[in-house]
Write a protein that binds this ligand. Structure first.
Ligand code: HEM
Length: 539
């Protein structure tokens, strides 16, 4: 009630001051929203600021009346350590591997904007309207602050890398790479050209899991890792790793080591981003990152040198991404190597986790699985019918299942941005250099924005269906947004779709585990084994 009254006073004062703007009303609206969050009475201060600026209302700007960043609700921050004490094991309330739970806590306690300071100025944004405002500020070169230790490592090896690569580089250097590389990833023509080679690999995978008689006593995730390594090897490098062969099952084989190195790189990124000790000496986590990167580098160099030699004679028969990179005159071998390592890091775990969660939701919802099966059956009357681009374009229900799964279980809890100029959000001045995390995963699970948010309802994405919901366009952003969004979105969606189509056409799939949660290791890994049983369907 206090907040409410103060807000009314603020609006009245703002209107009198002649400085009232839509933004002020926005602030008020925000304050109303936060009334149920204790002690949020910032509008009193806003009111007094407005009174001060009233004396010279001609020069009064939004900035003059904005509240300070430090006034945004958030945990207590101490000198030197900021809010890092919250992450201390056993004592702190936050868990570095459960960012979703930390975010819930922040949302419940502080509302739709929450400030933190774990070594950087950090803002969590939960409301889709605010998320839209954040992305609308994006600079010509949208920036992220992530992969900081990897950037440090790569820049320390100028004989191998020109830059930190797409994932970690910001500014004009990022754009040089991105603008050169992206048309090979995103042009619909190029993406469709990989359907048949992906389908062949997925069919081999099916044969392999039938032969192994995979059961729910095993974790299906490592199998999906093998599949996605094989798919990305074919599509990106025209390279087969033969990950399903007997020899490659060995822990010391090339495919096993690539999968381990990709995970070894990804899983340490976030902890290293938060820490600083690796800048002083090589901590075990930094060493693990370096070893993983070195292995991915070695594999990539070998493939690259072989392709670069063959390229002259074989360029017309190779539609891989690597072949297209080699045709770009403004990329040199070091740029291409960096991209190859980024692809190995970014493709395997992401697609495998996303497919695991999609299979989890589909197998727990027999009605949904039945609908997918009928949709697929219509276009794939026999198990060996070839998958085509035209067929994929007709699988609207299957695609809405993937969207719905990514709503509930996105691969990352949200999207990170580093602000490059100050701007005003809900009446607060957000300084340049603030790290913003859009909390899409939490927003997607709130009844404020989605009806029955925890229910898996693919129909909500199907225009024209009874269950269709007009969700806010900035609510679910599993591939990020804008020019910095996932470069391989189309490819990843296509690969997931082909895998699900083939699996559901072949098997009745049942979930045998309990609730599947997440471990937030930069990307959201299933926290338990992916426990699925496969029963072959009759032809
Ligand atoms: C289901 C699978 C995938 C998901 C959910 C996913 C999601 C994402 C997200 C959220 C981002 C950050 C976007 C932003 O900041 O706005 C990203 C960036 C990126 N992804 Fe993906 N990704 C997937 C698969 C892949 C694959 C298969 C590749 C490579 C072949 C890939 C390569 C990249 C790269 C290189 C970036 C950095 C782009 C840049 O900074 O310009 N991703 N991805």
């Amino acid at each position: 009630t206090g907040s409410y009254c103060n807000s009314m006073i603020s609006l009245r004062d703002a209107l009198r001051s002649g400085c009232a703007s839509i933004k002020v009303i926005n602030m008020l609206h925000f304050t109303f929203k936060q009334v149920h969050f204790a002690s949020h009475v910032k509008s009193v201060r806003l009111s007094s600021k407005l009174k001060t600026s009233n004396s010279d209302h001609n020069t009064c700007s939004e900035k003059d009346i904005a509240m300070n960043f430090e006034e945004i609700p958030g945990p207590t921050s101490y000198p030197l350590i900021g809010t890092l004490h919250k992450y201390v094991p056993f004592f702190g309330e936050y868990n570095a591997e459960a960012l979703d739970k930390n975010a819930w806590l922040n949302w419940r306690r502080y509302g739709s904007l929450a400030r933190e300071n774990p070594g950087v100025r950090l803002l969590h944004v939960f409301d889709p309207e605010d998320i839209e405002t954040v992305f609308r500020q994006d600079h010509r070169y949208p920036a992220r602050r992530s992969h900081v230790a990897m950037l440090h490592y790569r820049l320390s090896k100028p004989n191998v890398y020109n830059t930190g690569g797409l994932l970690s580089t910001n500014g004009p250097e990022w754009w040089r790479l991105r603008s050169t590389l992206q048309k090979n990833f995103t042009s619909p023509q190029s993406v469709k050209s990989h359907i048949s080679s992906t389908d062949i690999v997925v069919q081999e995978f099916l044969e392999w899991i039938k032969k192994r008689n995979v059961s729910h006593h095993e974790d299906f995730l490592p199998y999906l890792n093998r599949l996605n390594l094989e798919v990305i090897g074919t599509v990106a490098f025209n390279e087969r790793f033969h990950g399903f062969s007997e020899q490659e099952q060995d822990r010391k084989s090339r495919s096993s080591k690539i999968i381990e190195a990709a995970f070894g790189s990804n899983s340490g990124i976030m902890k290293l981003d938060k820490g600083f000790l690796w800048r002083l000496f090589k901590t075990p986590l930094y060493r693990k990152l370096v070893n993983s990167q070195e292995y991915l580098e070695k594999v990539s160099w070998n493939i690259l040198l072989e392709r670069a030699n063959l390229f002259v004679s074989d360029k017309d028969n190779d539609n891989s991404l690597l072949a297209s990179f080699l045709k770009q005159s403004n990329l040199d071998l070091k740029d291409i190597l960096g991209m190859m390592v980024d692809i190995l890091m970014a493709a395997i775990d992401t697609t495998s986790y996303a497919t695991s969660f999609a299979l989890y939701h589909i197998s727990r919802n027999p009605e949904v699985q039945k609908k997918i099966f009928y949709e697929i059956f219509e276009h794939l009357p026999t198990k060996d019918t070839k998958i085509t681009a035209e067929m994929l374009s007709k699988l609207a229900y299957t695609k809405s299942c993937i969207k719905e799964s990514l709503r509930l279980n996105p691969v990352s809890i949200g999207v990170g941005r580093l602000t490059q100029k100050e701007f005003i959000l809900r009446g607060y001045l957000i300084p340049e250099g603030t790290v913003i995390v859009t909390q899409n995963m939490i927003a997607c699970r709130l009844p404020h924005y989605v009806s029955d948010p925890l229910v898996f309802k693919p129909e909500r994405w199907l225009r024209g269906s009874e269950g269709y919901e007009n969700l806010h366009p900035f609510l679910s952003l599993p591939f990020g947004f804008g020019p910095r969004s996932c470069i391989a979105r189309r490819l990843a969606e296509q690969n997931m779709c082909i895998t699900i189509v083939r699996l559901i056409r072949e098997f009745q799939i049942d979930w045998k585990g309990g609730e599947l949660g997440i471990r937030t290791l930069l990307i959201n890994k299933p926290d338990k084994p992916v426990s699925l049983s496969f029963t072959s369907r009759k032809e």
